[in-house]
Design a protein around this ligand. Structure first.
Ligand code: NI
Length: 171
């Protein structure tokens, strides 16, 4: 497996609209495997293909503490989202070190293909429901900081660009 490079906000490629996956084949299974490796290495709970610069509707998730409950969502569609919402702190591997409150539905029902190309329906609540909504936003080119005020977002943008400069300046 190969570790992939995660795009960092405000990289404009994070705002690309992902296309549906055409076929669930060996190429896609390899990509999902690489995405899991990348996500586990970065200690994240979810990663969308958009974040590794592949613009197809594919998400990998593992919200378990034991890191052994991988979930793959291919061409995910929300069937139902609860009217009940909650504001919780979110972070993102593309915006390292930043956590802020985002309002999300507390539960969702989502349908998606699995790695065998079979359609599955998942009922999710709690952290998994939040993670699914966060990752699905990536597929439409949306990063969670876009829910924050323009002032906060600009501060984050400045901070990220500064980090990038420091990083590329070091040997
Ligand atoms: Ni994210």
């Amino acid at each position: 497996m190969t570790q992939l490079t995660i795009l960092r906000y405000p990289d404009p490629r994070l705002h690309t609209l992902a296309k549906p996956v055409a076929t669930v084949d060996a190429r896609l299974r390899k990509l999902a495997g690489d995405m899991f490796e990348t996500m586990y290495e970065a200690e994240g709970i979810g990663l969308a293909a958009t974040q590794v610069n592949v613009h197809e509707r594919l998400i990998v998730i593992d919200v378990s503490e034991s890191r052994d409950q991988p979930l793959v969502l291919i061409n995910p569609e929300i069937l139902w989202a609860s009217a009940e919402t909650r504001i919780g702190d979110e972070g993102c591997l593309s915006v390292p070190g930043i956590y802020d409150g985002v309002e999300r539905s507390t539960s969702v029902k989502v349908q998606a293909l699995d790695l065998d190309g079979k359609l599955q329906v998942h009922a999710a609540e709690g952290m998994l429901a939040v993670c699914i909504q966060h990752e699905m936003d990536h597929l439409i080119g949306k990063v969670f900081v876009e829910y924050l005020s323009p002032l906060k977002r600009n501060r984050i943008k400045t901070k990220m660009l500064k980090q990038k400069k420091t990083k590329s300046a070091s040997p």
